[in-house]
Design a protein around this ligand. Structure first.
Ligand code: HEM
Ligand code: HEM
Length: 179
């Protein structure tokens, strides 16, 4: 089924979840590689790919949030109210991170004076003027948020695995297979 039910995730939500997982993993790995590279044509190429996928992630995150708001949320399967509440809080936090991180990236690039060109085709309008001190703040924020994303996703994945292997419920399977 395309849409969620009170019992499980539809393929719309599952496609968003796992496609974005792969893309975010790639962009985090690529970002860490590119930030350690010396300036040159290889860095420029890899950075162009990082920035392009980052913008696509932002567009997908907006569509995913809308999809989330027009769908019902499957009921929690865990019977610990505190853990359920922490789980929801983590989902909201993850949405904030995947929306905020690409916005910081775009503003950071533009405040360094570089354009954001998506896959060599579309140039984003300049939302901010060149400004070295803002650029330095944003690059630090972008690197720190990259670390926060890794930790948050690790905790989120650990919770999913706990449901699967310790509580032996369908929390993970309904995000994978929808059943
Ligand atoms: C969800 C999307 C994104 C994630 C998870 C992400 C993550 C990262 C990470 C982890 C780094 C390495 C930071 C470091 O260790 O110094 C990085 C670097 C960078 N990111 Fe992103 N990024 C995203 C989107 C974007 C976007 C949309 C842009 C710009 C359009 C962008 C521009 C940059 C730039 C320019 C660097 C290199 C900074 C340097 O040279 O050190 N990122 N990113
Ligand atoms: C970039 C990495 C990830 C992000 C940003 C992310 C984000 C999210 C969000 C926002 C939700 C709430 C779903 C919604 O209602 O829209 C969710 C649910 C879920 N995620 Fe992830 N996730 C990531 C990686 C993972 C990984 C690696 C696993 C498993 C190993 C996982 C397992 C799950 C499960 C099982 C649910 C359903 C939880 C429930 O029914 O309460 N996620 N994820």
């Amino acid at each position: 089924m395309l849409k969620n039910t009170s019992d499980s995730y539809g393929w719309g939500a599952r496609l968003f979840h796992w496609t974005m997982f792969v893309m975010i993993a790639g962009v985090v790995a690529g970002g860490n590689i590119v930030s350690d590279m010396p300036a040159g044509p290889d860095k420029t190429t890899l950075l162009g790919i990082h920035k392009s996928f980052g913008v696509v992630i932002l567009l997908l995150a907006v569509c995913r949030l809308i999809w989330r708001l027009v769908n019902e949320r499957p009921q929690d399967l865990g019977d610990n109210p505190l853990e359920n509440r922490l789980g929801h809080a983590m989902h909201i936090f993850l949405y904030v991170l995947i929306l905020e991180q690409p916005v910081i990236g775009i503003l950071m690039s533009q405040s360094f004076g570089y354009p954001v060109v998506v896959f060599g085709m579309v140039t984003l309008p300049a939302f901010i003027e060149k400004n070295a001190s803002i650029a330095t703040t944003l690059i630090n924020l972008h690197a720190a948020t990259g670390g926060v994303i890794v930790v948050a996703v690790a905790l989120h994945a650990a919770a999913a695995l706990k449901h699967h292997f310790v509580e032996k419920d369908r929390t993970l399977m309904r995000m994978i297979a929808g059943r």
